[in-house]
Design a protein around this ligand. Structure first.
Ligand SMILES: Nc1nc2c(c(=O)[nH]1)N[C@H]1C(S)=C(S)[C@@H](COP(=O)(O)O)O[C@H]1N2
Ligand SMILES: [Mo]
Length: 323
């Protein structure tokens, strides 16, 4: 759970950090964000925004029991082969148009059926002592997969803080809506395109599951825009589209919330969307997948291999009906 910054005696680090901190601090101040969430670094004796810790330092994370030990997909692949329809439908579009996503400043609203709603700056959530590395298998509904070392924290920390009421049965998520900048959002709502902003949802027990995290980084770097900066959901036992990017709004609701892909094509994308090799997508099989970087296809595992942890949440449910 806890992480340590690399030891102060590490020569490489002591060489590079003061400049990196200085630069990031200036960027941070220019962006008009306060230093309230800064962390004090003993050896350097100055407060820096915690976000700088991701960029300016090598962070050492204690291994998590929830991480896979499979080989990680290279950073280059993770950040150049993406789905982020706000920037267009092509796998290369998110990287090409990454600058269209404006992430500074960024606030997230948490409200709905809860006793302690709030609006937070991302910085409120980013402190090195509370972040963890989670190396997860990710499986896209299209049939490809990756192994991604996320840096983040469990969503249940925000849920606890919000104090959801007894009638809150689902959590609804909403991404950024900014058609002036995001080319993929420029078509009019309901005009045959997708219903922006991107929406997703989880049942409360899924949202509170310790495998469900919010990621703010990957490979020891701040999350690149194309991967959903500055904060995105990661739910590793579900198809990739459930892991909503660039979250602006988290809301506790009583009824199953509408989701973008379910609204667009209800026969193809259900609310649950658990990875399931036994339930085909209407237009293709889900039996196998191509791990990016590999040639031979792999067999897709039930719940993407996380069945021991999550299967009990779906006991008694017909997963062909609740796909
Ligand atoms: N806001 C938003 N979130 C999104 C998407 C999107 O288009 N917009 N695409 C989803 C899909 S289909 C996948 S497979 C994953 C891809 O995440 P990655 O590009 O970081 O691998 O993000 C998901 N989250
Ligand atoms: Mo996907």
């Amino acid at each position: 759970m806890l992480i340590r910054t690399r030891r102060r005696s590490d020569p490489a680090r002591s060489e590079i950090t003061p400049k990196a901190i200085y630069q990031r601090r200036r960027e941070f101040l220019r962006a008009g964000v306060g230093l309230g969430a800064g962390l004090a670094l003993g050896g350097l004796g100055m407060a820096v925004p915690a976000t700088a810790a991701l960029r300016g330092f090598e962070l050492d994370f204690e291994p998590s029991d929830y991480s896979t030990d499979e080989s990680k997909t290279p950073y280059e692949e993770i950040t150049s082969y993406n789905n982020f329809f706000e920037m267009g439908p092509g796998k290369g579009d998110p990287k090409t148009y990454a600058d269209q996503l404006k992430t500074d400043p960024w606030t997230i609203k948490v409200d709905g059926l809860c006793d302690n709603p709030g609006e937070y700056a991302v910085e409120d959530f980013i402190s090195p002592w509370s972040l963890e590395e989670r190396i997860y298998r990710m499986r896209c509904v299209e049939g490809w997969s990756m192994v991604i070392p996320w840096i983040g924290f469990e969503l249940n920390r925000i849920i606890d803080k919000a104090e959801p009421r007894g009638d809150a049965r689902y959590v609804a998520f909403e991404s950024i809506y900014d058609p002036d900048n995001l080319r993929g959002q420029r078509r009019r709502r309901g005009s045959g395109g997708l219903q922006w902003p991107y929406t997703e949802g989880l049942r409360m027990d899924e949202a509170m599951h310790p495998l469900t995290i919010l990621a703010v980084g990957l490979y020891d770097e701040v999350l690149p825009n194309q991967n959903g900066a500055p904060i995105r959901l990661v739910v590793p036992w579900k198809y990739g589209f459930k892991s909503i990017k660039s979250i602006k709004h988290i809301r506790f609701v009583e009824d199953e919330p509408p989701t973008l892909w379910n609204q667009a094509q209800p026969d193809e994308y259900g609310f649950y969307s658990n990875v399931n090799p036994d339930v085909d997508h209407p237009r293709w099989s889900q039996r196998t997948e191509r791990r990016i970087g590999e040639f031979r296809r792999r067999r897709t595992e039930m719940f993407n291999g996380y069945g021991d942890e999550v299967a009990s949440m779906y006991e008694g449910m017909d997963l062909t009906e609740y796909f």
